[in-house]
Design a protein around this ligand. Structure first.
Ligand code: NAD
Length: 360
Protein backbone atom coordinates (compact mmCIF):
# COMPACT_ATOMS: atom_id res chain seq x y z
CA UNK A 1 0.00 0.00 0.00
CA UNK A 2 1.60 3.25 -1.09
CA UNK A 3 1.06 6.51 0.79
CA UNK A 4 3.25 9.21 -0.79
CA UNK A 5 2.37 8.04 -4.31
CA UNK A 6 -1.30 7.36 -3.49
CA UNK A 7 -3.69 9.09 -5.91
CA UNK A 8 -5.43 10.87 -3.01
CA UNK A 9 -2.19 11.97 -1.31
CA UNK A 10 -2.03 15.75 -1.51
CA UNK A 11 0.92 16.95 0.54
CA UNK A 12 -0.74 15.73 3.75
CA UNK A 13 1.31 16.87 6.73
CA UNK A 14 0.95 13.64 8.66
CA UNK A 15 -0.67 10.25 8.21
CA UNK A 16 -0.41 7.95 11.23
CA UNK A 17 -1.46 4.33 11.64
CA UNK A 18 -2.50 2.94 15.01
CA UNK A 19 -3.27 -0.51 16.30
CA UNK A 20 -4.06 -1.87 19.73
CA UNK A 21 -4.23 -5.68 19.95
CA UNK A 22 -5.94 -5.58 23.37
CA UNK A 23 -8.97 -3.64 22.09
CA UNK A 24 -8.88 -4.53 18.39
CA UNK A 25 -8.37 -0.90 17.35
CA UNK A 26 -7.01 -0.35 13.86
CA UNK A 27 -7.15 3.28 12.87
CA UNK A 28 -5.63 5.91 10.62
CA UNK A 29 -5.46 9.63 11.44
CA UNK A 30 -4.64 12.03 8.62
CA UNK A 31 -3.77 15.68 9.12
CA UNK A 32 -3.92 17.35 5.74
CA UNK A 33 -3.02 20.94 6.52
CA UNK A 34 -2.70 23.08 9.67
CA UNK A 35 -1.71 26.45 8.16
CA UNK A 36 -4.90 28.09 9.46
CA UNK A 37 -5.20 26.21 12.75
CA UNK A 38 -5.50 22.78 14.33
CA UNK A 39 -7.00 20.08 12.13
CA UNK A 40 -10.60 19.39 13.18
CA UNK A 41 -12.55 16.56 11.60
CA UNK A 42 -14.74 13.61 12.44
CA UNK A 43 -13.96 9.99 13.09
CA UNK A 44 -15.57 7.55 10.67
CA UNK A 45 -15.99 3.93 11.75
CA UNK A 46 -16.66 1.69 8.80
CA UNK A 47 -16.30 -1.96 7.79
CA UNK A 48 -13.80 -1.20 5.04
CA UNK A 49 -13.16 -4.16 2.80
CA UNK A 50 -9.42 -3.58 3.00
CA UNK A 51 -6.80 -1.16 4.37
CA UNK A 52 -6.49 0.52 0.99
CA UNK A 53 -10.13 1.70 1.13
CA UNK A 54 -9.62 3.08 4.63
CA UNK A 55 -6.51 4.99 3.55
CA UNK A 56 -8.29 6.31 0.46
CA UNK A 57 -11.16 7.61 2.61
CA UNK A 58 -9.03 9.27 5.27
CA UNK A 59 -6.80 11.03 2.71
CA UNK A 60 -9.76 12.32 0.72
CA UNK A 61 -11.89 13.33 3.71
CA UNK A 62 -9.09 15.11 5.60
CA UNK A 63 -8.26 17.17 2.52
CA UNK A 64 -11.93 18.09 2.16
CA UNK A 65 -11.96 19.42 5.72
CA UNK A 66 -9.09 21.81 4.94
CA UNK A 67 -11.07 23.30 2.05
CA UNK A 68 -14.32 23.45 4.05
CA UNK A 69 -12.83 25.25 7.04
CA UNK A 70 -10.81 27.63 4.86
CA UNK A 71 -13.75 28.72 2.71
CA UNK A 72 -15.91 29.07 5.83
CA UNK A 73 -13.44 31.48 7.39
CA UNK A 74 -12.70 29.27 10.40
CA UNK A 75 -9.21 29.26 11.94
CA UNK A 76 -8.98 25.50 11.53
CA UNK A 77 -7.03 23.06 9.42
CA UNK A 78 -8.22 19.81 7.90
CA UNK A 79 -8.01 16.36 9.41
CA UNK A 80 -10.03 13.18 9.69
CA UNK A 81 -9.74 9.75 11.23
CA UNK A 82 -11.05 6.33 10.32
CA UNK A 83 -11.46 3.24 12.47
CA UNK A 84 -11.49 0.01 10.50
CA UNK A 85 -14.36 -2.28 11.56
CA UNK A 86 -18.11 -2.61 11.84
CA UNK A 87 -19.26 -0.20 14.56
CA UNK A 88 -22.14 -2.53 15.47
CA UNK A 89 -19.80 -5.47 16.01
CA UNK A 90 -16.42 -4.46 17.37
CA UNK A 91 -17.00 -1.11 19.06
CA UNK A 92 -16.33 -1.05 22.85
CA UNK A 93 -15.60 1.75 25.34
CA UNK A 94 -12.04 0.38 25.60
CA UNK A 95 -11.54 0.58 21.84
CA UNK A 96 -12.68 4.22 21.91
CA UNK A 97 -10.36 4.99 24.82
CA UNK A 98 -7.50 3.51 22.77
CA UNK A 99 -8.58 5.82 19.92
CA UNK A 100 -8.39 8.72 22.39
CA UNK A 101 -4.78 7.77 23.19
CA UNK A 102 -4.01 7.79 19.46
CA UNK A 103 -5.57 11.27 19.11
CA UNK A 104 -3.62 12.47 22.15
CA UNK A 105 -0.29 11.75 20.41
CA UNK A 106 -1.11 14.72 18.13
CA UNK A 107 -1.07 17.02 21.18
CA UNK A 108 -3.91 19.18 19.81
CA UNK A 109 -2.87 19.30 16.13
CA UNK A 110 -5.81 16.97 15.45
CA UNK A 111 -9.19 17.37 17.18
CA UNK A 112 -11.64 14.53 16.83
CA UNK A 113 -15.45 14.70 16.49
CA UNK A 114 -18.31 12.43 15.45
CA UNK A 115 -18.91 11.13 11.97
CA UNK A 116 -20.58 8.13 10.37
CA UNK A 117 -20.40 5.18 12.79
CA UNK A 118 -19.47 7.19 15.89
CA UNK A 119 -21.68 8.84 18.53
CA UNK A 120 -21.70 11.29 21.44
CA UNK A 121 -21.15 8.29 23.75
CA UNK A 122 -18.00 7.36 21.80
CA UNK A 123 -16.66 10.90 22.12
CA UNK A 124 -17.21 10.71 25.88
CA UNK A 125 -15.09 7.54 25.98
CA UNK A 126 -12.44 9.19 23.82
CA UNK A 127 -12.49 12.12 26.26
CA UNK A 128 -11.28 9.74 28.99
CA UNK A 129 -7.93 9.63 27.13
CA UNK A 130 -7.62 13.05 25.53
CA UNK A 131 -8.80 16.66 25.80
CA UNK A 132 -8.74 17.05 22.05
CA UNK A 133 -12.31 16.06 21.30
CA UNK A 134 -15.54 17.96 20.54
CA UNK A 135 -19.16 16.88 20.33
CA UNK A 136 -19.52 15.98 24.00
CA UNK A 137 -21.42 17.65 26.85
CA UNK A 138 -19.55 20.55 28.45
CA UNK A 139 -18.35 20.48 32.06
CA UNK A 140 -21.12 22.91 33.07
CA UNK A 141 -23.73 20.40 31.93
CA UNK A 142 -24.54 22.13 28.63
CA UNK A 143 -24.06 20.22 25.45
CA UNK A 144 -22.29 22.82 23.37
CA UNK A 145 -23.96 22.77 20.00
CA UNK A 146 -25.45 19.30 20.42
CA UNK A 147 -26.40 17.46 17.23
CA UNK A 148 -24.82 19.47 14.38
CA UNK A 149 -27.38 18.34 11.77
CA UNK A 150 -30.01 21.09 12.33
CA UNK A 151 -27.23 23.69 12.01
CA UNK A 152 -26.01 21.98 8.85
CA UNK A 153 -29.57 22.14 7.51
CA UNK A 154 -29.78 25.85 8.36
CA UNK A 155 -26.53 26.46 6.46
CA UNK A 156 -27.77 24.52 3.43
CA UNK A 157 -31.02 26.51 3.51
CA UNK A 158 -29.05 29.78 3.71
CA UNK A 159 -26.82 28.79 0.79
CA UNK A 160 -29.75 27.47 -1.25
CA UNK A 161 -31.65 30.74 -0.83
CA UNK A 162 -28.60 32.74 -1.91
CA UNK A 163 -28.30 30.55 -5.02
CA UNK A 164 -32.03 30.96 -5.74
CA UNK A 165 -31.63 34.74 -5.52
CA UNK A 166 -28.65 34.70 -7.88
CA UNK A 167 -29.95 32.25 -10.49
CA UNK A 168 -33.75 32.45 -10.24
CA UNK A 169 -33.99 36.10 -9.19
CA UNK A 170 -36.18 35.05 -6.25
CA UNK A 171 -35.97 36.77 -2.88
CA UNK A 172 -38.14 34.12 -1.26
CA UNK A 173 -39.01 30.52 -1.96
CA UNK A 174 -42.77 30.91 -2.25
CA UNK A 175 -43.84 28.50 -4.99
CA UNK A 176 -40.26 27.49 -5.83
CA UNK A 177 -40.09 23.78 -6.67
CA UNK A 178 -37.40 21.90 -4.75
CA UNK A 179 -36.52 18.20 -5.17
CA UNK A 180 -34.94 16.83 -2.00
CA UNK A 181 -33.01 13.55 -2.17
CA UNK A 182 -32.75 12.03 1.32
CA UNK A 183 -34.82 12.84 4.41
CA UNK A 184 -32.20 12.11 7.05
CA UNK A 185 -30.98 14.33 9.86
CA UNK A 186 -30.14 17.16 7.46
CA UNK A 187 -32.65 16.58 4.65
CA UNK A 188 -35.71 16.48 6.91
CA UNK A 189 -34.67 19.63 8.79
CA UNK A 190 -34.04 21.32 5.46
CA UNK A 191 -37.56 20.40 4.31
CA UNK A 192 -39.00 22.03 7.43
CA UNK A 193 -37.26 25.32 6.59
CA UNK A 194 -38.18 25.14 2.89
CA UNK A 195 -41.83 24.31 3.59
CA UNK A 196 -42.09 27.19 6.06
CA UNK A 197 -41.00 29.47 3.18
CA UNK A 198 -43.70 28.14 0.88
CA UNK A 199 -41.47 25.96 -1.32
CA UNK A 200 -43.17 23.12 -3.20
CA UNK A 201 -41.39 19.89 -2.29
CA UNK A 202 -40.77 16.61 -4.09
CA UNK A 203 -38.94 14.09 -1.93
CA UNK A 204 -37.41 10.63 -2.01
CA UNK A 205 -35.82 8.29 0.52
CA UNK A 206 -35.30 4.57 1.01
CA UNK A 207 -37.24 4.76 4.28
CA UNK A 208 -40.98 4.75 3.63
CA UNK A 209 -41.92 6.11 7.08
CA UNK A 210 -39.89 9.27 6.43
CA UNK A 211 -41.69 9.76 3.13
CA UNK A 212 -45.05 9.40 4.85
CA UNK A 213 -44.00 11.98 7.45
CA UNK A 214 -42.89 14.46 4.77
CA UNK A 215 -46.12 13.97 2.86
CA UNK A 216 -48.16 14.64 5.98
CA UNK A 217 -46.08 17.47 7.46
CA UNK A 218 -45.08 19.38 4.31
CA UNK A 219 -47.56 18.19 1.68
CA UNK A 220 -44.52 16.89 -0.22
CA UNK A 221 -44.94 14.84 -3.39
CA UNK A 222 -43.22 11.48 -3.00
CA UNK A 223 -41.19 10.19 -5.95
CA UNK A 224 -39.15 7.02 -6.54
CA UNK A 225 -35.44 6.81 -5.73
CA UNK A 226 -34.40 7.03 -9.35
CA UNK A 227 -37.16 9.46 -10.39
CA UNK A 228 -35.82 12.32 -8.29
CA UNK A 229 -33.45 13.30 -11.13
CA UNK A 230 -36.35 13.71 -13.56
CA UNK A 231 -38.55 15.90 -11.36
CA UNK A 232 -39.63 19.20 -12.86
CA UNK A 233 -37.90 21.25 -10.15
CA UNK A 234 -36.24 24.66 -9.93
CA UNK A 235 -33.75 23.40 -7.36
CA UNK A 236 -32.23 19.96 -6.78
CA UNK A 237 -31.09 19.41 -3.17
CA UNK A 238 -29.05 16.22 -2.76
CA UNK A 239 -29.00 15.26 0.95
CA UNK A 240 -28.15 11.56 0.86
CA UNK A 241 -25.40 10.30 -1.39
CA UNK A 242 -22.18 11.47 -3.03
CA UNK A 243 -21.37 11.32 -6.78
CA UNK A 244 -25.01 11.86 -7.81
CA UNK A 245 -24.02 14.53 -10.35
CA UNK A 246 -22.64 12.31 -13.07
CA UNK A 247 -22.86 11.47 -16.77
CA UNK A 248 -26.04 9.48 -16.27
CA UNK A 249 -27.97 12.02 -14.15
CA UNK A 250 -26.83 15.31 -15.71
CA UNK A 251 -28.89 15.06 -18.93
CA UNK A 252 -31.99 14.34 -16.82
CA UNK A 253 -31.79 17.34 -14.47
CA UNK A 254 -34.35 20.11 -15.06
CA UNK A 255 -33.26 22.25 -12.09
CA UNK A 256 -31.43 25.56 -12.55
CA UNK A 257 -29.81 25.31 -9.11
CA UNK A 258 -28.09 22.39 -7.36
CA UNK A 259 -27.77 23.06 -3.63
CA UNK A 260 -27.73 20.33 -1.01
CA UNK A 261 -25.96 18.80 1.97
CA UNK A 262 -24.28 15.70 0.53
CA UNK A 263 -20.52 15.61 0.49
CA UNK A 264 -18.73 15.08 -2.84
CA UNK A 265 -21.77 15.60 -5.04
CA UNK A 266 -19.78 15.80 -8.27
CA UNK A 267 -18.71 12.34 -9.43
CA UNK A 268 -15.73 13.99 -11.15
CA UNK A 269 -14.40 17.55 -11.17
CA UNK A 270 -15.35 17.93 -14.86
CA UNK A 271 -19.03 17.57 -13.94
CA UNK A 272 -18.81 21.03 -12.38
CA UNK A 273 -17.91 22.34 -15.84
CA UNK A 274 -20.84 20.47 -17.39
CA UNK A 275 -23.24 22.10 -14.89
CA UNK A 276 -21.80 25.48 -15.79
CA UNK A 277 -22.28 24.70 -19.50
CA UNK A 278 -25.94 23.87 -18.75
CA UNK A 279 -26.31 27.24 -16.97
CA UNK A 280 -27.06 25.45 -13.70
CA UNK A 281 -25.79 27.26 -10.61
CA UNK A 282 -24.06 24.73 -8.39
CA UNK A 283 -23.67 25.89 -4.77
CA UNK A 284 -20.56 23.84 -3.90
CA UNK A 285 -21.31 21.15 -1.31
CA UNK A 286 -18.59 22.01 1.17
CA UNK A 287 -19.50 25.71 1.04
CA UNK A 288 -23.12 25.23 2.05
CA UNK A 289 -22.89 22.15 4.30
CA UNK A 290 -20.46 23.88 6.68
CA UNK A 291 -23.04 24.55 9.42
CA UNK A 292 -21.89 21.43 11.26
CA UNK A 293 -18.22 22.44 11.39
CA UNK A 294 -19.25 25.96 12.42
CA UNK A 295 -21.18 24.81 15.49
CA UNK A 296 -18.45 22.32 16.45
CA UNK A 297 -15.82 25.05 16.13
CA UNK A 298 -17.66 27.33 18.57
CA UNK A 299 -17.95 24.41 20.97
CA UNK A 300 -14.16 23.90 20.65
CA UNK A 301 -13.62 27.59 21.35
CA UNK A 302 -15.87 27.51 24.42
CA UNK A 303 -14.08 24.44 25.73
CA UNK A 304 -10.68 26.07 25.17
CA UNK A 305 -11.51 29.42 26.77
CA UNK A 306 -13.92 28.19 29.44
CA UNK A 307 -16.59 30.55 28.06
CA UNK A 308 -20.16 29.48 27.35
CA UNK A 309 -21.09 28.10 23.92
CA UNK A 310 -22.51 31.10 22.09
CA UNK A 311 -25.38 30.11 19.81
CA UNK A 312 -25.73 33.65 18.43
CA UNK A 313 -22.13 33.59 17.18
CA UNK A 314 -22.91 30.31 15.43
CA UNK A 315 -26.02 31.74 13.75
CA UNK A 316 -24.12 34.86 12.65
CA UNK A 317 -21.39 32.71 11.13
CA UNK A 318 -23.90 30.42 9.39
CA UNK A 319 -25.57 33.50 7.86
CA UNK A 320 -22.25 34.28 6.13
CA UNK A 321 -22.65 31.14 3.99
CA UNK A 322 -24.88 33.30 1.77
CA UNK A 323 -21.99 35.75 1.25
CA UNK A 324 -19.67 32.88 0.39
CA UNK A 325 -22.08 31.57 -2.26
CA UNK A 326 -22.14 35.07 -3.78
CA UNK A 327 -18.36 35.35 -3.63
CA UNK A 328 -17.85 31.97 -5.29
CA UNK A 329 -20.44 32.70 -8.00
CA UNK A 330 -18.86 36.08 -8.76
CA UNK A 331 -15.37 34.58 -8.94
CA UNK A 332 -16.63 31.83 -11.26
CA UNK A 333 -18.14 34.42 -13.60
CA UNK A 334 -15.04 36.64 -13.54
CA UNK A 335 -12.67 33.79 -14.31
CA UNK A 336 -14.90 31.71 -16.57
CA UNK A 337 -14.62 28.69 -14.35
CA UNK A 338 -17.11 26.48 -12.56
CA UNK A 339 -18.29 27.41 -9.07
CA UNK A 340 -16.65 24.20 -7.82
CA UNK A 341 -13.27 25.38 -9.15
CA UNK A 342 -13.84 28.91 -7.87
CA UNK A 343 -14.53 27.57 -4.36
CA UNK A 344 -11.38 25.42 -4.43
CA UNK A 345 -9.38 28.38 -5.64
CA UNK A 346 -10.62 30.73 -2.90
CA UNK A 347 -10.02 28.07 -0.24
CA UNK A 348 -6.49 27.45 -1.57
CA UNK A 349 -5.73 31.15 -1.54
CA UNK A 350 -6.63 31.14 2.14
CA UNK A 351 -4.72 28.11 3.31
CA UNK A 352 -1.83 28.20 0.86
CA UNK A 353 -1.59 31.98 0.62
CA UNK A 354 -1.67 31.83 -3.19
CA UNK A 355 -2.19 35.14 -4.97
CA UNK A 356 -4.19 34.10 -8.02
CA UNK A 357 -6.52 31.36 -9.21
CA UNK A 358 -5.17 28.83 -11.64
CA UNK A 359 -6.74 29.17 -15.07
CA UNK A 360 -9.60 26.84 -15.86
P1 NAD B 1 -28.49 10.59 7.40
O1 NAD B 1 -27.86 9.25 7.37
O2 NAD B 1 -29.21 11.03 8.62
O3 NAD B 1 -29.55 10.69 6.20
C1 NAD B 1 -29.36 10.18 4.93
C2 NAD B 1 -30.75 9.85 4.37
O4 NAD B 1 -30.61 9.45 3.02
C3 NAD B 1 -31.44 8.71 5.12
O5 NAD B 1 -32.76 9.06 5.45
C4 NAD B 1 -31.38 7.56 4.13
O6 NAD B 1 -32.48 6.67 4.25
C5 NAD B 1 -31.44 8.32 2.81
N1 NAD B 1 -30.94 7.57 1.66
C6 NAD B 1 -30.01 6.59 1.63
N2 NAD B 1 -29.86 6.14 0.36
C7 NAD B 1 -30.69 6.87 -0.41
C8 NAD B 1 -30.98 6.90 -1.79
N3 NAD B 1 -30.40 6.06 -2.65
N4 NAD B 1 -31.89 7.79 -2.24
C9 NAD B 1 -32.53 8.63 -1.39
N5 NAD B 1 -32.29 8.64 -0.06
C10 NAD B 1 -31.39 7.77 0.42
O7 NAD B 1 -27.36 11.63 6.98
P2 NAD B 1 -27.34 13.19 7.24
O8 NAD B 1 -26.62 13.46 8.50
O9 NAD B 1 -28.69 13.76 7.01
O10 NAD B 1 -26.37 13.66 6.06
C11 NAD B 1 -26.81 13.73 4.71
C12 NAD B 1 -25.65 14.09 3.82
O11 NAD B 1 -25.09 15.34 4.24
C13 NAD B 1 -24.49 13.08 3.86
O12 NAD B 1 -23.90 13.02 2.59
C14 NAD B 1 -23.51 13.72 4.84
O13 NAD B 1 -22.18 13.33 4.59
C15 NAD B 1 -23.72 15.19 4.54
N6 NAD B 1 -23.37 16.07 5.66
C16 NAD B 1 -24.00 15.94 6.86
C17 NAD B 1 -23.65 16.79 7.91
C18 NAD B 1 -24.35 16.70 9.24
O14 NAD B 1 -24.20 17.61 10.08
N7 NAD B 1 -25.12 15.66 9.50
C19 NAD B 1 -22.68 17.78 7.73
C20 NAD B 1 -22.07 17.92 6.48
C21 NAD B 1 -22.41 17.05 5.46
Amino acid sequence: MSVFSHKEFDQHEQVSFFQCPQTGLRAIIAVHNTHLGPALGGCRMWAYENDEQALNDVLRLSRGMTYKSAITGLPLGGGKSVIIGDSRKIKTPELMKAMGRAVDTFAGRYIIAEDVGTTVEDMKNIHASTEHVVGIPMEDGTHGGGDPSPTTALGVYTGLKAAARLRLGKDNLQGVKVAVQGLGNVGYNLCKLLAADGAVLSVTDVQVEKLDMAKKEFGAAVVGLNEIYDVDADIFAPCALGAIINDETLPRLKAKVVAGASNNQLAEARHGDVLRGMNVLYAPDYVINAGGIITVYYEFLARKTGAAYDRQQVLDHVAKIADTVELVTKRAQQENISTAKAADCIAEQRFKGQKACKAA
